[in-house]
Design a protein around this ligand. Structure first.
Ligand code: CA
Length: 223
C-alpha cells in the first residue's frame, strides 16, 4: 500500500486531497507546516509527497531544497496557487517531479500521483541499492554524488536526474519522450531539443564515451 504525505496548511484542501486519496486505497498523513513536513519525510517512510509551496515557517521550495540536499529521492509533486512560471521552473529545477496549480481536479492529481509511483517503481534497481556502478561511473543515489574514476563530478539536479534515469537502464535505449517524461515530468513540446542539450552537458562533464546516441531512437547508457 502506498503512503502519501500531504504537506498543506489549508485544512480544506488537505482534507479534500486526503479523502480522495483514501477512497482510492492510499494511506495518508498531513503535515501543516514546513518543519513538520521535513521531520515526517526524514523520520518515516513515505512513497510520495504532495508539497504546497505556501507553507508556514518555511517556503515549500526551501523544503524541497533541504530534502534533496539530504539525498531524499522521494517523488515530490508541488501543489500551489501561484501560477507564476518562475516558481514552476524553480520548483522543477529544485528537484520536484511534477507540478500542479490550484485549483485542480482530483482526477488529474490522482493520475499524476499514479504516474509518479509507477515511474518510481519501474526504475527501482533494488530496495537496498544505494548506488549504481557502471564501469568507471559511480552514482550515489542517497547523496546524489557522481564520480568518474573516483573523481567527483558536479552535476545540476536536472543533469543528475537524467544520468540516473539512463543509468538505471544500462544498455537499454530510452527515447526522448521517455526521458522528457521521467526527468522533466511534464509535457514539453515533443519537438523540444532539451534532452539533447542536457545529454550534451553530461557528455561534457563525464566524458563522451558513456552515453551513446541511437539514431532515430534516443539514447543508451553504455555498459
Ligand atoms: Ca498554503
Amino acid at each position: 500500500m502506498n503512503r502519501i504525505l500531504i504537506a498543506e496548511d489549508e485544512p480544506r484542501i488537505a482534507t479534500f486531497v486526503e479523502k480522495g486519496l483514501r477512497s482510492q486505497g492510499f494511506t495518508t498523513a498531513i503535515a501543516t507546516d514546513a518543519v513538520e513536513a521535513i521531520e515526517m519525510v526524514l523520520g518515516d517512510s513515505f512513497d510520495l509527497m504532495l508539497l504546497d509551496l505556501g507553507l508556514p515557517v518555511k517556503d515549500g521550495l526551501t523544503v524541497l531544497e533541504e530534502l534533496r540536499g539530504q539525498g531524499v529521492t522521494l517523488p515530490i509533486i508541488i501543489l500551489t496557487a501561484r501560477d507564476d512560471i518562475q516558481d514552476k521552473v524553480a520548483g522543477l529545477e529544485g528537484g520536484a517531479d511534477d507540478y500542479m496549480t490550484k485549483p485542480f481536479r482530483f482526477e488529474e492529481l490522482l493520475a499524476r500521483v499514479r504516474l509518479r509511483l509507477r515511474n518510481d517503481r519501474a526504475t527501482t534497481i533494488g530496495e537496498k541499492d544505494t548506488s549504481i556502478q557502471i564501469g568507471p561511473v559511480t552514482i550515489d543515489l542517497l547523496t546524489r554524488r557522481v564520480c568518474v574514476d573516483r573523481q567527483e563530478v558536479e552535476l545540476s539536479a536536472r543533469e543528475f536526474n537524467l544520468l540516473e534515469t539512463l543509468a538505471r537502464h544500462p544498455g537499454q535505449v530510452m527515447s526522448r519522450e521517455q526521458l522528457l517524461d521521467r526527468v522533466w515530468g511534464y509535457s514539453y513540446d515533443p519537438g523540444s531539443n532539451i534532452v539533447d542539450v542536457y545529454v550534451g552537458y553530461l557528455r561534457k562533464k563525464l566524458g563522451s564515451d558513456f552515453i551513446e546516441t541511437v539514431r532515430g531512437m534516443g539514447y543508451r547508457f553504455q555498459t
